[in-house]
Write a protein of this length. Structure first.
Length: 173
């Protein structure tokens, strides 16, 4: 891991973030997300506990549990894991690459020195709790909530249907 590529500092998105210390080329392996390997059940338990405590904290992140595969999570909430400070963006410059049980953060475009690193957290859209995770990434295409780009269509279609339902209720009154 090349530590000279990045630095942790205060972010405009949320709390702390990770920033490029130099121009980074597309396809570069930047940092590994490290932590304790736990079962998905234990990961869920730890996640719930932390979300209850920190969900609305402006400084401390509420989610550091990373889904490794169908059986295991990585709990990255330890000070040695600097990758835990990478925020989510609706227009990310990095992606996650899981190779043989290890989680790597790689650039998906050229990143200019000083830019904040970000990736798509990949949260699936769930109508019951998506509002818990408001997105403040400031990207032009920001969808407003931390939702995986894979689920944007699902979210938009659901919103459309909700709007139609609401209008129907209004018109029926
Ligand atoms: C893995 S941490 C990222 C580091 C975090 N900024 C910190 O200082 O601990 C994940 C947490 O950061 C916050 N976060 C990350 N991306 C965000 C975004 N785009 N908008 C709002 N909050 C975000 C949320 O609280 C989320 O649970
Ligand atoms: Zn966003």
């Amino acid at each position: 891991m090349n530590e000279k590529l990045w630095k942790v500092k205060i972010s405009k998105i949320h709390g702390s973030g990770v920033f490029a210390l130099q121009d980074i080329k597309k396809g570069a392996t930047i940092i590994e997300y490290i932590g304790e390997k736990v079962t998905r059940k234990e990961g869920d338990r730890r996640s719930e506990k932390r979300i209850k405590k920190y969900l609305n904290s402006k400084k401390t992140g509420s989610v550091y549990i990373f889904e490794l595969n169908q059986r295991y999570d990585i709990d990255g909430s330890f000070s040695y894991n600097k990758a835990r400070f990478i925020n989510h963006s609706c227009n990310p410059n990095c992606e996650v690459d899981i190779v043989k049980g290890r989680i790597w953060i790689k650039s998906i475009k050229r990143i200019k020195k000083g830019s904040e690193l970000s990736y798509d957290y990949g949260y699936t859209f769930d109508k019951d709790d998506y509002k818990d995770h408001v997105c403040k990434c400031n990207a032009r295409n920001c969808i407003g909530y931390i939702i995986s780009q894979d689920d944007w269509k699902k979210y938009k279609n659901w919103k459309k249907r909700e709007k139609i339902k609401l209008n129907k209720i209004k018109n029926d009154k």
